[in-house]
Design a protein around this ligand. Structure first.
Ligand SMILES: O=C(O)[C@H](O)COP(=O)(O)O
Length: 356
C-alpha cells in the first residue's frame, strides 16, 4: 500500500503540474497597445450587435419589398394635401402597428379591377352599362392579372365579383389561367361600378370639351357631387333597367346616378357582412370589381379622408393585396401592388386622365 503511494503520488503531481501549465498563460510575448485593445474590443462588440440591429432595421422588408413602402408613401404623398403631410405621428403609429403584428395570424385579400372594356377603349362613361371586355381586356386578365398572381403563388378559397360582365369575365379568365375554376364565386350588384347617370354612353373627352375638364373631373372624382340622373331619353336607359343581372337589386335601391359616397353606402355593408367574416375565418379571398367600388373599399380599409380617396386611382388589371390581422381586422403593412412601381404609377395616371 505504502509502496503503491510512493509510486503513484509523483506521477499524479506530474499530471497536475502539466495540466496547470496548459491553462495558466505566461507573460505576453507581444505587446498590445491600449489603442489596439480599444479598436479590437470595439470591433468585437460591434460584431455582436450588427446582425440583430440590421434585422430590426429591415424588419418591414421581411414582409414586403422596399419599393412597396416607397410606392405607398408616394401614393399618399400625392393623395394627401400639403398641410396634412406633416402628420408623422400617423405614419409612426402605422409602422409600429405592423411591427407589433409581425407574428400575428394574418389573412390576405387580393383585389383586381377588371380589364379594359369595349367602352373604356372608346373612352365612354360606362357605369352600370354592361360593356364587354375588349380584346386587350381579355388578354390583360390572363397576361397581367393572372400572370402576377401565378408568380406570387396565390391560391384562393373563394371569389367575389360584381353583377357586371366585364368583372365576371375578368374573374373567369383569371381563374382559368390559374387552374382554379372550382372555387365558389359570389356575384353581387353591390360591387358594381358607380352608376354614371345621364353621362352613361357619352365620350369623356367630348364632355370635357363641352363642359370643361374641371366639371368632368368633378363628376368623375368628387366625393359626393352626382352626375345628373339618367332618364328614359338616354339610349342605354332600358338596357340598364331591364338587365337580368340586376334582378336582385331592390327597386327602391336601383340608382339613377351615383357618387363615390353613395357607392360606399351600398358596398361597405356588403364588405362588412359578407366578406369580413370570411377573412376572420382565414379564407383566401379574391375580389374582382370596379374602380369606384374598389376605391370605396380602400377608403374604408385605410381610413382615408374624402380628399385622400378623391386623388387615388385604381389601375385596371394589376392585382393588389391587403393583409389583415384575423382577430382585430386591422391592416398589417400597406397596400401592395403586384407590379413594379413604374408600371403601377403609369397605369394610375392613365386611369386618371380624361383621355383623347
Ligand atoms: O364606368 C366607367 O366609365 C369606368 O369604369 C370608370 O370610369 P372613371 O375612371 O371615369 O370613373
Amino acid at each position: 500500500m505504502i509502496s503503491n503511494n510512493r509510486l503513484l503520488l509523483p506521477a499524479l503531481r506530474n499530471v497536475l503540474q502539466r495540466r496547470n501549465q496548459s491553462v495558466v498563460s505566461g507573460p505576453p510575448t507581444q505587446h498590445v497597445s491600449k489603442a489596439e485593445k480599444a479598436i479590437l474590443g470595439s470591433i468585437m462588440i460591434a460584431s455582436f450587435f450588427v446582425i440583430p440591429v440590421w434585422v430590426l432595421g429591415h424588419l418591414k422588408e421581411y414582409k414586403a419589398p422596399k419599393w412597396r413602402e416607397n410606392i405607398t408613401i408616394k401614393l399618399f404623398m400625392d393623395a394627401v394635401p400639403i398641410d396634412e403631410r406633416n402628420d408623422k405621428r400617423k405614419k409612426a403609429r402605422r409602422i409600429l402597428f405592423s411591427w407589433v403584428h409581425f407574428k400575428m395570424p394574418s389573412c390576405r385579400v387580393t383585389f383586381v379591377r377588371h380589364g379594359e372594356s369595349e367602352w373604356n377603349k372608346q373612352n365612354l362613361f360606362c357605369g352600370w352599362y354592361d360593356a364587354r371586355l375588349s380584346e386587350k381586356g381579355e388578354q390583360d386578365a390572363r397576361e397581367v392579372s393572372a400572370a402576377a398572381l401565378v408568380k406570387e403563388n396565390a391560391q384562393f378559397d373563394i371569389a367575389f365579383t360584381s353583377a357586371l360582365c366585364r368583372a365576371n369575365t375578368s374573374l373567369q379568365l383569371i381563374l382559368e389561367t390559374m387552374n382554379s375554376v372550382n372555387i365558389p364565386i359570389h356575384s353581387s350588384w353591390r360591387l358594381n361600378e358607380r352608376h354614371y347617370g345621364a353621362l352613361t354612353g357619352f365620350n369623356k373627352r367630348q364632355m370635357a370639351d363641352e363642359y370643361g375638364e374641371e366639371q368632368v373631373q368633378t363628376w368623375r372624382r368628387s366625393y359626393d357631387v352626382p352626375p345628373p340622373p339618367i332618364t328614359s331619353e338616354n339610349p342605354h336607359y332600358e338596357s340598364i333597367r331591364t338587365n337580368p343581372r340586376f334582378r336582385d337589386v331592390p327597386p327602391e335601391l336601383f340608382p339613377d346616378s351615383e357618387t363615390l359616397a353613395s357607392t360606399i353606402e351600398r358596398v361597405i355593408p356588403f364588405w362588412t357582412s359578407e366578406i369580413v367574416p370570411l377573412i376572420k375565418s382565414g379564407k383566401r379571398i379574391l375580389i374582382v370589381a370596379h374602380g369606384t367600388s374598389l376605391r370605396g373599399i380602400i377608403k374604408h380599409i385605410e381610413g382615408l379622408s374624402k380628399e385622400q380617396i378623391m386623388k387615388f386611382d385604381v389601375p385596371n388589371s394589376i392585382p393588389f393585396t391587403y393583409d389583415f390581422d384575423m382577430e382585430t381586422m386591422s391592416v398589417i403593412g400597406n397596400i401592395r401592388f403586384l407590379a413594379d412601381e413604374e408600371t403601377v404609377l403609369r397605369a394610375m395616371e392613365k386611369t386618371r386622365s380624361i383621355g383623347k
